[in-house]
Structures are given as C-alpha cells and as structure tokens.
Design a protein around this ligand. Structure first.
Ligand code: SAH
Length: 601
C-alpha cells in the first residue's frame, strides 16, 4: 500500500504500471483484506481497536492518496469508500476524542476528493451509472455510521464537549451529495433514497443547527425539495422519516423564534404546513399508519407558524360551510398562540384523527382536484399538463410556457405543483390545471387583437397568459378588490413579462369585479376566478356578441364551472362543465376578515 503516488511526475513509465490490470487487482486485494481486518475489529476489545487505529493512521493517509490517484477507476473508488464506511461502522464507536477528530478529518478529505472528481462530470462510461450509484450509496451509508457515534460511544471517555462536530462533517458530505443526487434523480433508487432519508432525519433530529448554519438559501431549498419529494413519492417508511425531519426543523424554528434569531430560511418550512393540511384534508390519500407522526408534525408546524395556520383555516372556511364548523372547533382547541409542549401535541394528535375523517367525508364529494401534473420546473409542469391533455393547443402551451408560475408565488420548493397555493388575504393562486381549463375554454375568443377581462386576477398569472394570447393589438384587463394583491400581481408580471405593460397589452385595476369593468366593456372573453353566488348577469351584459364568459357558480356547497355564450339577440346560452371548489366572489371587507386582517375601509 505504500505506493508513493506523489512521485508520479518523476517517471511516467512507472506511472503506467500503476494502471496495469495486475497492479489494480493487487490494490483491490490489499484493501479488501484491510476491510476484512476492520470487520474483524468488531470482535476486539476497545484497547485493541485503539491500537489498530493508532497504527493505521499512516495507512489511511496512503489510501486517501490512492483514492485521489485512482479516482477514475470505479472498483478502486468503491472499495475505498467501503473501507471508510466499515471503519465508521466498526471502529469509530471505540475511538477517543482525538482519534475521532482524526477520523473525521480523513472523511472530510475523502469527501473533498470525491467532489473534485465528480463535480460537473457529464459523461461517464457505459455502465458507470450503476457504479456511481453504488458510490453514492456507500458514501451515504458511511455518513449514517458517523452519526451513530452520537448514540453509541464505547470510548473510555466522558467528555461532553467534542471539538469536532459530526454534524459539520455530515453537512459537508450532504452539500457534496445533494447536487449529485438531484441532477441524477438518484432518489428514485430505493436503496439510495432509504439511506438518504435515514441520514437526513437523524441529522435533523440531532443537528438542525448545523443545517441552518451551513446550508445557504439555495442549498436549503434543494434540501427541502428532496423532503417534499419523499412525501410525494414514497412509502410510509420514508414518509415517516420526512415528517420527522420536518418536525425537527420546526422545533428548531420554534427555539429560534424564542431567541429572536430567525432569518430568511426560517420561513421556508412554513409552506409544508398548508401542503400537509391540504394533503390530509383535501386529497384522498389515506395516511392511516402515519397519523401520529403526521399530526405531531402538523402540530409542531402550527406552533411555529400560527399565522399561516389561521390563514389556511380562513380559506377552508370559505370553501365549505360544514367544514368551517369543524375548523372552528379545531381552532378553538388550539388557541390563538399555541405554545409547543408534548402534552398539547398529544391531545392534538388524538383529536386530529376524528377531525380528519369528518373533513375528509365532506371534501371527498366536492373535490375534483387531480394533482397529477406537478413538475420540478416550470417547463416540466407545462409538459406534464400537455401530456395529460389539460393543455390542448400549441398557442396556449406557448403562452403558459412564457408565464413562469414561480414568478407568481413565493413558494421556495413547490411552485410547480399542480395545486392551488396560498398567496395571502385568504385566497390562493389557482391550480395550474384550472388555469389551463380557463384558457382552453376561452381559446376561440383569446385571439390577437381581442379585449378580455379577468375578474379576481389574484396573483396575475392568468391575466398575463390572457394578455400573451391577445398580443399583439389586444388588451387584457385584470381586476381584483384587494389592493395589496393588485400591487403584488403587477410586480409578479413585470419579473419576466414587462413587455406586456410597456406595450399597453395588460392593465390591472383595483375594483369590485362583481360589477365587471364597465370602462373598457364590451369584452370578447371574461374569466372569473372566484365563485359567483348565481348567474353573473352584470358580467354577461359586458360581453360582446359572440363573446364567452366562464365562471364558477354556486354556493360553497356545490359550485359548477359554467360558460355563457352571448347571442346576437342579447340572450345567452349556458353550459355546465364540472363541479369545482373556488373561493367566493365576495366583498372586500369580508375577505380581509377571513384572512384575519383588521382594516378600516
Ligand atoms: N386566477 C387567480 C385566482 C385568485 S383567487 C389566480 O390564479 O391567481 C380569486 C381572487 O378573486 C382573489 O384574488 C380575490 O381577491 C378575488 N376576488 C374575490 N371577490 C372579488 C370581487 N368582488 N372583486 C374582485 N376580486 C375579487
């Protein structure tokens, strides 16, 4: 093993021999035997192991040199990773502080070399994928073993102040693995995903602090997106680990809030609250085995983000009156400013199950939300909507492609989910598949040169798409009765579609949409983004002959999507499409009240 690779520049010939089959296989055999030695270590005494480690330090250094030297040789890389993983598994628990520190340093070096060799590597040899996956798996496994030292420590030492924080080492490894895992979609591989989620859930349980300290905003947001995809795609075991991860992070956030030490990143987690609530209350997923963990996680999030929770309740109450009774009861039990403690969490968990079943029964009838087109990028979302037949025409696809949903929400990791998401003021940006429906059903009217109206423009997403479709020569007018949303939507649209304002193709006004927008009437098309209680006569009046209006109509108990086509004699033809769930077209005061905002109007 004492191949001195640092002399490699001196004689190229000798260098060549290092790459011959014979030498390669000898190296493998040697390291393999060393692995055997380490495994055998599990049967030795603590003193023997310490002795072994003390006398292996030089060897470990050499092996790291070899790791660097043979970084393109999959088998050698794999066997060395395995060696370190075995070391972490069998030897680390016996090591004293100094030795532990030394070992962490070796692992850091190992990680360093590994990154250096794998970053930006686009082309790998045929079959290299499988090898590469094995590398990542072994590396994650090794990190898992490092963490175990926190629980099991057989070293004859009782110090509570370790100098090197294992959390830092793991985090360093995670920072290296995250982009690799992401770009190659490695979480689709069951063994890797299990290992990954195991690692992050125990990491967060013990070292949330490192995570906040060492990950920058982008890395943290990628990290949270892996947690979300764990919840979306996996079995109960992984879901449970993801929920526990969220819970640990929420607990950490609560601590930070008490110390007044929150920052930008503290907010990121809050999106999981309405995600989990929607998931349990609205979708048909049965998570029965996970109820306790789920309820505990939701409770912890509620304590961390109570404002967000009350906003969510405000929305749910608007959707359904029966649900609103249950929700009031829940809110009552929790209280305005819940303080996290185990007892309260337990009592919430008990109630949660019955609340869930009651609300589930109600919502299951009303909901037609099939969130099947979600993507991780805007492009992917639109492609999925197209593939699933929700976008039918090329023109609409192009208009939607140019209007990035990420510009219209402040979501950090699930902006491209096919679901409605809160935008404040007790309302949501509609689900992308509903945006598609609105555009497709109006597509004959949404032609260049047309004049169109979007009532309840909210985030501005749909108004921007409509404007894109009537460009050039046309005009799309959005109205919303909440000034703050009007202002925000203008900012949103300007991010990537400023030309629409510059060319006068789009306007957004604060106005009560129940009266339409008479100044610019009549319109070729009117889209209504909130549910009218009954036939919206005033809006139909503002249609041109041949124009079409589409609106959800009905009480909170049952809404239907209805189109009205204006005929030459001024009458209209009505067509019912499907049952939907929209926030109501309401008055300004009422909406502020639902959002828990006091405002003198
Ligand atoms: N298409 C929008 C939907 C937003 S939700 C989007 O995807 O972002 C419905 C919107 O209707 C909310 O923004 C709400 O403020 C607005 N709204 C409700 N009642 C209204 C009224 N009477 N006049 C104008 N806007 C109204």
């Amino acid at each position: 093993i004492k191949l001195n690779t640092s002399n490699k520049t001196h004689c190229t010939n000798a260098l060549q021999t290092f790459y011959t089959e014979n030498v390669l296989s000898q190296i493998s055999t040697l390291i393999n035997s060393y692995c055997g030695l380490i495994e055998g270590g599990s049967r030795c005494s603590s003193e023997q192991i310490t002795y072994l480690f003390e006398h292996s330090q030089q060897t470990l250094q050499y092996i790291l040199d070899l790791f660097d030297f043979y970084h393109n040789y999959c088998d050698q890389v794999q066997i060395i990773l395995e060696l370190f993983s075995l070391y972490a598994e069998h030897v680390l628990v016996y090591l004293n502080q100094n030795h532990t520190k030394a070992f962490y340093t070796y692992v850091l070096r190992l990680l360093e070399i590994f990154t250096k060799c794998n970053y930006g590597k686009k082309t790998r040899e045929v079959n290299a994928d499988e090898d590469f996956n094995a590398h990542i798996y072994t590396l994650l496994n090794c990190l898992n073993h490092l963490l175990a030292k926190d629980f099991i420590d057989f070293s004859n030492e009782n110090s509570s102040n370790p100098e090197v924080n294992v959390g830092d080492v793991i985090l360093y490894g995670l920072i290296i693995c995250l982009p690799l895992i992401q770009s190659d979609n490695l979480l689709k591989i069951p063994s890797i995903s299990l290992c990954y989620y195991k690692l992050v859930s125990s990491l967060c349980e013990q070292h949330s602090e490192c995570l906040f300290r060492l990950l920058n905003q982008d890395q943290y947001s990628i990290f949270l997106s892996t947690i979300k995809s764990g919840l979306d795609n996996y079995d109960n075991e992984i879901c449970k680990m993801c929920l526990e991860t969220i819970q640990s992070l929420a607990l950490y956030t609560i601590k930070q809030q008490k110390l007044n030490q929150t920052n930008e990143k503290s907010k990121y987690l809050e999106h999981f609250l309405d995600y989990l609530l929607q998931e349990t209350v609205i979708t048909t997923t049965t998570l029965s085995d996970l109820f306790d963990t789920l309820a505990g996680t939701i409770y912890t999030l509620i304590c961390a983000y109570s404002n967000q929770f009350y906003q969510f309740l405000g929305q749910m109450k608007q959707y359904d009156e029966n649900l609103s009774i249950i929700i009031d009861k829940l809110a009552n039990d929790i209280g305005q400013k819940p303080d996290y403690n185990r007892k309260a969490k337990l009592s919430f968990t008990v109630k949660f199950e019955s609340i869930f079943y009651q609300s589930y029964r109600i919502v299951a009838f009303n909901s037609n939300m099939a969130w099947r087109s979600s993507g991780v990028s805007h492009q992917e979302l639109i492609e999925n909507l197209y593939r699933n037949g929700l976008i039918k025409s090329q023109r609409i696809k192009e208009a939607m492609l140019r209007t990035d949903r990420g510009d219209f929400t402040d979501r950090t990791f699930d902006a491209y989910d096919d679901r409605p998401q809160p935008i404040g003021y007790a309302v949501t940006i509609s689900a992308p598949h509903m945006h598609c429906f609105g555009l497709e059903i109006l597509k004959d009217q949404l032609k260049p040169g047309a004049k169109v109206l979007d009532v309840g423009s909210g985030s501005g997403y749909l108004t921007a798409c409509m404007a894109r479709l009537v460009h050039p020569g046309g005009k799309a007018i959005g109205v919303d009765h909440i000034q703050e949303l009007v202002d925000k939507s203008i900012v949103n649209i300007k991010k990537n579609n400023k030309d629409l304002f510059d060319e006068g193709i789009i306007e957004i006004h604060k106005s009560d949409g129940r009266q339409g927008y008479a100044t610019e009437a009549p319109y070729d098309a009117i889209h209504v983004g909130a549910a009218a209680p009954d036939t919206p006569h005033e809006l139909i009046r503002q249609l041109k002959v041949g124009g079409r209006l589409v609106s959800p109509v009905g009480s909170t108990f049952g809404q239907e999507m209805i189109t009205y086509d204006k005929k030459a004699d001024g009458s209209y033809e009505e067509k019912r499409h499907m049952g939907v769930m929209y926030v109501p077209l309401t008055d300004e005061k009422q909406q502020y009240a639902s959002a828990g905002i006091r405002k003198d109007l």
